[in-house]
Structure formats: C-alpha cells, structure tokens
Design a binder for this molecule. Sequence first.
Ligand SMILES: [Cu+2]
Length: 475
Amino acid sequence: MFKKSLAVLSFILAPLMLLAADVIEPPKEFSFANYDWITIMIVVLVLLIVLVIARAFDIGALTEKLSGKKVVSWNNVNAWMAIIFIVAGLIGVFYELQVHGPLLMLGNSASLHGETYDSMFYITFGFTFFVFVVMEILLFYFMFRYRYNENRKALYYFHNNKLEIIWTIVPSIVLTFLVLRGFTTWSKITTEIPKESQEIEVFAYQFGWKARYAGNDGSLGNQNFNFISGSNPLGVAEEGQVTELVTELKNEIVKLEALQASAPDSINAWKGAYDRFVATGLDRTFPEDFKTLKNKHNDGISGAYVRTLIKDIGRKRTALNRIAEYRKDVDFFDGTANDDKVTTEIVLVKNKPYIFKFRARDVIHSAYMPDFRVQMNCVPGMPTQFAFTPTMTTADARQIKNKPEYDYYLFCNKICGAAHYNMKIKVTVVDSDAEYNTWLASQAPLVAPVVVEQVPAKTDSKNDTTAAVKTVAMN
Ligand SMILES: [Cu+2]
C-alpha cells in the first residue's frame, strides 16, 4: 500500500514542480520575498492534500485487510490516474512551451544561412512534437480503455506483418526526409562560399580566443605552431618574432646543458642536505622544505632529473630544427604576416560574407556563435572553417531583444578545462565599412610600420641643405 501512496505522491508533486519552476524566475535568487502569500498557501495546501490522500489509502488498505472485502478498486483508480496524468501532463507541456519556450529558443537568427537552419529545426520539432502528442494520448487512453475487467478475456495477438511493415516504413520515410534535408542544408552552408568572403583567423586556446585580421595587403600571413611564443601566441610567420624565439630557445638550451654538466654536483649536494636534514631532525621541524628536498633527492638518485633535462634539451633542439626547415622556405616568410592584426574582439560588417578559419593551440575547442547559428570544432593541427554572412548589427539585435546591453559572443562549446565556462570573445556587427575601418585602424599590426617623417631644413646648419630625414617607428 505504501508504494501506491508514493505513486500518488509523486503524481501530485509533478505539477507542483511545474508551478515552482514558474514561480522561480531564473535570475532571481531564492527568497520568500519573491513569493506572494497565495502561492505559499497553495503549496502548503497541496502538500496537506497529498498527506490526506496517502493516509486515506492506508486506511482503505487496512480495512481491506481486516474485513477481507474489496474497498478500493485499484484497477479503476489506476486507470483514472492515467487519464488525469495525461491531461495534466499535456496541459503542462503546452503551458511550458508557451511560457518558457521562448527562453529555450535562440531568438531571431542574425545570419543569412540561419533562416534555413531554423526552418530545419522547426520542421523536425513539428514532426516529433506531433508524434509525441498523438503517441502519449494513445498510450494512456489504451491503458484506461483496456484496464483489467473480470468479464473480458485478453486477446492473444501474436504477429501482424502488415502492422510491422507500416510502422517500419512510415518512420523510415519521415526520417529519410529529415536526414536528407539536414544533409543538403549542411552541404549548402559549408560549400557555397562567396568568393569575396573576408578571411578572419580565429584562434582557440585554454582559455580564450584571439582573432587575426589581414592588414593593408588584404591577406593573412602564414603561421605554424612551432613559432608560438610568449610574444607570438598565434605562431605567426613573422621574421622578428621567430628570430627572437630562436635566440630564446638557444639560450634555454645553453642553460639546460649547464645544468646537465653540473648534475652530479647538484645530486651530491641534495644528498648531503637530505642526510643532514634526517640526521639533525630538521625533517620534522620543516616538513614542507624537507618534502621538496626529498623529491629533488629522489629524482637525482633515480636518474629522473638528468632524464628530464635531456628530454627538454631534445625538445628544444627539435623545435629549432623545425623552425630552421620552415626558414629555408623563403615564401613562407614573405612578409604577408607583418601587417596582420591580432585582436581580442571580432568586428564584422552587416551583409558582408566572412570565412572564419579556426585553429586551436592545446585541446579541442568548439567555436559557437548561437546568434549566427554557427558552430565548428577547433582542433589542434587540423584547421577548420565556417563561412557565414551576418545580417543583423549588434544595434539591431539590441533593439529586437529590447536589451540595450546585449552583445554577440563567440563561446567555447566543448568542455575543454577548468575555465571553459569563461572562454568567449565579443563579436560586434557594425553597419558600415567606415565604422569597421576605424576600428581596424585602431588595432596595432604585428610589426610596427616604419614611416619616414620629413623634418624642415634648418637654415643655420652647415651640412643640412635639404630636408633631414628622420625615421620614426610607430607604436
Ligand atoms: Cu574551450
């Protein structure tokens, strides 16, 4: 009997949860002040009713046991509960769709292909929703209609080929339609790329994004992960940066080799210190220092210390060799990269086609721009891309959504590590080329351009008869 009471309890608690979900609006923090007294009274009342019903069932069960007569017809109770459940459930479904549906939907798409994409979503949703409603109604109605009846004998129905064929073919046709439509839409989105699309490199790393725009030459320079350094996070093929990295690597190798040469002395020193700590009881006085020392000492005698040094030196030499290989290729460092601009924001112009070239530095990330219906994995060592045309400026979106602070963002949609949740870059869509150009001009290029500045000739100078030429490096 207790199990049945529990079933009743959970059945009544389900709509209660719906009610609670509606009362607590997402951004608000829980506080009794957010509830009016009527809501609280309703909740208390429902809880009381649940208790009373549970109690009544228990009494009924007890009476049955004592008298040996049937008091409650459980078949009928369950059958009617099925009906109440499906009616309440479907009301809940439609209510939720009405009230919270808009929260789940992505809102107006802000890209050209977004509309096709959305229509696909709505068609799929329409089909599945229709089937869902019909199936649920039939399921619960049959449960009610064919509940156990002493006067009726169950029909033993073994197999029906016709039925099998129908329920295999109908879903197959629907699914084929949906899958084919998805396939053609995806091929269209990913292959029909306008020739004049502007290329922007989008670079993912733990935990952030950087974008690279072409400079005045209109094309992005080469890049390679071997060139990545502290000051060149995207590994762009720019002479100065790469030369700096080579010097850095060479210096590090010299340092590591020195450590390797003095390794026997270091290991001896650690052993001496370790023994002293143990002998004098300092290991108990300074347990933390002793722990560090013990690790060094263990690595020293086990050979791990020297092995790590050798490995590090080997790695740095490999990096140097790879860089040297790339440097042999003059075309690779053709200077195209020098005027490239690495930015911490993405700015686009409305109604212009773009092609985003994705790269990742460390692990797999996923570039996700819900407003533009764009999502693409960013895989280390495997460049990917996505072409799209924004059709709504940031200002438009703010107006439509009635949120003056609203901004487009490119998020990471692959759980890539601890700070994944915060991995995003702002995307701004502006109305005109002029706005875009102003922004781009404010971004510093990788290499500061050298400008020649004319200084008026001084009349009192002996040597200067013409204008003195002064070279000034900008930035
Ligand atoms: Cu990520």
